[in-house]
Design a protein around this ligand. Structure first.
Ligand code: AMP
Ligand code: ZN
Length: 502
């Protein structure tokens, strides 16, 4: 089955055909670093991560670019409030953002470009747009895009443009659908609002050189960034649905007027994040960053929370709204722990199996050395299904059901001692491959040593003595003591084992 993608531009599922065979060019809008990223932002970066990881898993060579919107209404406003320079202010939140990506195992883009480094590129684009009649200089020294001139305006956002009045102008970076208007490409310097933040472009208008002080508008930033790193056309452009209008619509208007070519072949948008089925808002007291969530769940290890959140995103079709609740997070964390337990069981099982056939016959048991036909068929089925689910518009939720099928296959295979050593090893390999996409399995478990502090071992032995004396009360007391020290004692058929609580 070929890879199919829901393209916002056509509002249809399309077969994915990259423009060129060598590379798939993928762009997604980066953060506005004026605060810590909220979980809605992070949900968008998770879905983008799944898409990129899937493309690579399916064998495409992918180049990715993400911008950092360090010049914007909000960064300029809040950096001044904080008393820091724009650079210092945005640097701080950019680093915090990148740290959040790492916590959620999101692979960073190959190129991460702060927009402040692209002023000259934007100047060139604006100059050309003016020359071709797509933009005009207003009396105050700002430059606006003439929306009426771009015939396909509204196509991406599916807007009816018949009632559009071209003389309406808007200079906010963000605005609503009912405000379709000429938007700012360049905003003239305004000391009261911009303070020390001023950039300059030199452009030719009607044969005359103009030196303009001010700052770029948000939308031209992404157009310039794409053009600089990818040239005229890209394969996939992604972002959250809230960026569809005006931002992505305006990116198209700018870039296509500039190049005369289709900008992005496929547009992909992630659904909104909701909290308890409501819009997330500070005023509604349901606004969370990743830090807020770990703060609220102090008794759970941070790493488990991050993995649980990532799993929640995997189990949500990317185009649908994502409803965050603490109950769902807890369920996600439980699932993660079961997956960890499966890997540990598989590891112990593999370690118990003897290395060679002679050893096996020495123990008098009939053990297979090789990979059986049936096992191979099962493995093939898992691969086919996993790939098929992902090829269906990146349905990670369905792909996760295959992971759970493998989980029960492994658990019951261990229960019946049905896997040979080779088979057990190839199960690890299979899961490692699938984890290239899902990124939630913890293979460090495989290298974990069984070392434990001496006092824990002593307590464990005391508990066994208590148990054999049927002193259950004492045995439970010791188990709790072990728990309090951060270890879990698990009884097994033929003894016990100790695990560190993560
Ligand atoms: P921003 O920093 O606001 O430009 O947003 C960064 C990314 O997060 C963009 O892809 C947005 O579309 C996305 N985003 C912002 N808010 C939400 C939300 N509530 N739900 C889902 N995605 C969002
Ligand atoms: Zn953008």
């Amino acid at each position: 089955m070929p890879l199919s993608i829901y393209n916002t531009l056509s509002r249809e599922i399309e077969t994915f055909k990259p423009m060129k065979q060598e590379w798939v060019k993928v762009y997604y809008c980066g953060p506005t670093p004026y605060n810590y990223a909220h979980i809605g932002n992070l949900r968008a970066y998770l879905f983008e991560d799944f898409v990129i990881r899937t493309l690579r898993f399916l064998g495409y060579r992918v180049k990715t670019v993400m911008n950092i919107t360090d010049i914007d209404d909000k960064t300029i406003r809040d950096s001044q409030k904080s008393g820091k320079s724009l650079e210092e202010f945005t640097q701080f939140y950019t680093e915090a953002f990148l740290a959040d990506l790492e916590k959620l195992s999101i692979v960073p883009a190959d190129t991460i470009a702060p927009i402040s480094g692209l002023i000259e590129d934007m100047g060139k684009m604006i100059e050309w747009l003016i020359k071709k009649g797509y933009a005009y200089l207003s009396d105050d020294g700002s430059i606006y895009y003439r929306v009426n001139k771009f015939k396909k305006y509204g196509q991406l956002a599916n807007l009816d443009m018949s009632g559009m009045i071209s003389s309406v102008r808007i200079d906010n970076d963000e605005y609503e659908k009912d405000q379709v208007a000429d938007f700012a490409l360049w905003k003239a310097y305004d000391e009261a609002n911009d303070g020390p933040n001023k950039w300059t472009i030199e452009i030719m208008i009607d044969g005359e050189k103009k030196i303009l002080n001010g700052r770029p508008g948000w939308h031209i930033e992404c157009s310039a960034c794409n053009y600089r790193y990818f040239g005229e056309q890209i394969d996939i452009h992604m972002g959250g649905i809230d960026n569809l209008f005006p931002h992505h619509q305006n990116e198209i208007a700018q870039t296509e007027a500039f190049t005369g070519k289709t900008f992005a072949k496929y547009w992909m948008h992630g659904g909104h994040l909701l909290v308890d089925n409501k819009k997330m808002a500070k005023s509604a007291n349901n606004f969370y960053t990743l830090r807020d969530i770990t703060e609220k769940q102090k008794d759970i290890s941070e790493v488990l929370i991050y993995r649980g959140f990532r799993l929640m995103a995997l189990q949500n079709q990317y185009r649908e709204n994502f409803n965050f609740t603490f109950d769902r997070l807890e369920a996600g964390i439980n699932t993660i722990q079961w997956l960890d337990e499966m890997l540990r069981r598989l590891k112990r099982y593999t370690e118990k199996l003897p290395e060679t056939d002679t050893e096996r016959s020495g123990r008098g048991r009939l053990l297979r050395h090789d990979i059986s036909r049936e096992f191979r068929d099962n493995q093939q089925y898992f691969v086919q299904e996993f790939v098929e689910k992902l090829e269906n518009d990146f349905d990670t939720n369905a792909a996760m059901t295959i992971i759970f099928e493998i989980q029960s296959y492994i658990n019951s295979g261990i229960d019946s001692e049905g896997f040979s050593k080779e088979e057990a090893k190839s199960l690890f390999d299979l899961l490692k491959q699938f984890d290239e996409v899902i990124g939630i399995l913890d293979f460090s478990i495989l290298t974990e040593t069984n070392e434990m502090p001496g006092n824990i071992r002593e307590l464990a032995l005391l508990r066994m003595v208590a148990k054999s004396a049927k002193n259950w009360w004492e045995a439970d007391k010791i188990r709790d003591e072990i728990l309090a020290l951060g270890f879990k004692m698990i009884d097994e058929k033929d003894g016990w084992r100790i695990e560190k609580i993560v």
